[in-house]
Design a protein around this ligand. Structure first.
Ligand code: FAD
Length: 324
């Protein structure tokens, strides 16, 4: 038996969330007395691959097929299923990100496996296999039981910490059997944003809402993000109004985020917004209206005008960083 973790690489690099997945897999492997096997697709340097062993991956499979340089959930799923069968995996774990969601569902079908998307904790029991996920846009938790022999999970980012558990890893190259009919759709062009922290990867998010009145007022939000090493994001009306780009929209219909710190400025805290941000570890809300719903979910709240509060906070953060 083995716990197989799909370790997606981004231009040959892994993200912190990858190490969370390995740590999570290791925790399950300890209980069932098995090993963690990582599978990655594409070219990654041996040194980078070996990083995975720091968190407990004792085998690292690199799928080398050149045709998989083009993303196809069907082809990627097939390669991962072949790797899973090769190592006799009984649990297959993915990140709950767009590719993880797209591939995991296909893997579950191909392996006759039960799938729990967006798990938030370590299984409370392995027999029966019971794992917790969020339900009703984060308003409740559901404990899900998977009864199939193989279990497939996607893990919500930031819901499990990175734990060092160094082992010596065996690196193995693998050529999967891939056929042309697995590429129903091919990306024509991939345009990546550069130079900015991505909303889903940032540990700190500074988010603005309609209370900021217009795009010309985002300077102080960007300044706060710059000081804190954060990414900026926003509520949906802000992108609907074209004040900010669509990739910054968080919420039920936007990106789901789980940073360590979420600072919401001039955002009411509608349920559709909270659905995308209530996985944040700490939420700070700045709003003129003391009855704004966001204050009910916030860990810290400042009732005040953003145009007064934010510049003062920025000045205080700068002073703090300068050690005064
Ligand atoms: C199907 C559906 C899906 C949706 N999906 C999403 C989603 O994914 N993400 C999302 O965000 N929304 C989503 N919405 C919209 C959501 O219901 C809310 O309308 C939206 O989140 C409100 O955005 P807001 O808080 O920025 O604006 P508003 O509701 O206009 O709130 C602005 C807030 O700013 C405060 N304010 C005003 N002036 C200041 C000031 N000077 N200083 C400080 N505070 C101030 C006000 O008190 C108010 O609380 C969805 C709605 C539907 C129906």
């Amino acid at each position: 038996m083995a716990i197989l973790v799909y370790t997606e690489n981004f231009d040959g690099k892994f993200k912190k969330s990858t190490y969370e997945l390995i740590s999570y897999g290791k925790e399950i492997a300890k209980v069932e007395n098995s090993e963690v096997v990582a599978v990655t697709i594409g070219t990654v340097d041996a040194g980078v691959l070996n990083e995975l062993s720091k968190y407990g991956a004792s085998k690292i499979i690199s799928v080398k097929n050149a045709e998989l340089n083009d993303f196809s959930s069907q082809a990627h799923a097939s390669a991962i299923v072949q790797a899973a069968k090769k190592v006799n995996a009984d649990v297959v774990i993915f990140a709950n990100n767009p590719n993880g969601k797209a591939i995991s569902s296909r893997v579950a079908v191909k392996m006759d496996a039960g799938l729990v998307p967006a798990a938030v904790g370590i299984p409370s029991s392995l027999a029966p296999f019971t794992v917790r996920k969020k339900a009703f846009s984060g308003k409740a938790f559901a404990d899900m039981v998977i009864t199939s022999d193989v279990k497939v999970l996607t893990l919500t980012q930031n819901s499990f910490k990175v734990i060092e558990a160094p082992v010596t890893a065996v690196l193995e190259d693998f050529n999967a059997e891939i056929s042309a009919d697995m590429f129903g759709a091919k990306p024509v062009e991939v345009v990546k944003t550069t130079g900015k922290l991505s909303v889903t990867d940032a540990e700190i998010l500074v988010s603005g809402g309609r209370g900021l009145k217009g795009p010309e007022n985002w300077g102080m939000v960007e300044e706060m993000a710059e000081i804190l090493g954060a990414a900026t994001c926003c509520s949906r009306p802000v992108t609907d109004l074209d004040w900010r780009p669509h990739h910054e929209h968080v919420g039920q219909t936007g990106k789901v985020v789980a940073p360590n710190l979420y600072i919401a400025i001039g955002i009411s805290g509608a349920v559709q917004h909270l659905a995308g941000v209530n996985g944040s570890k700490v939420m700070v809300v700045i709003n003129t209206d003391k009855d704004a719903p966001f204050f009910e979910s916030a860990n810290y709240g400042i009732v005040g005008d953003a145009f007064d509060v934010v510049p003062k906070l920025n000045a205080a953060f700068k002073k703090f960083k300068a050690g005064n």
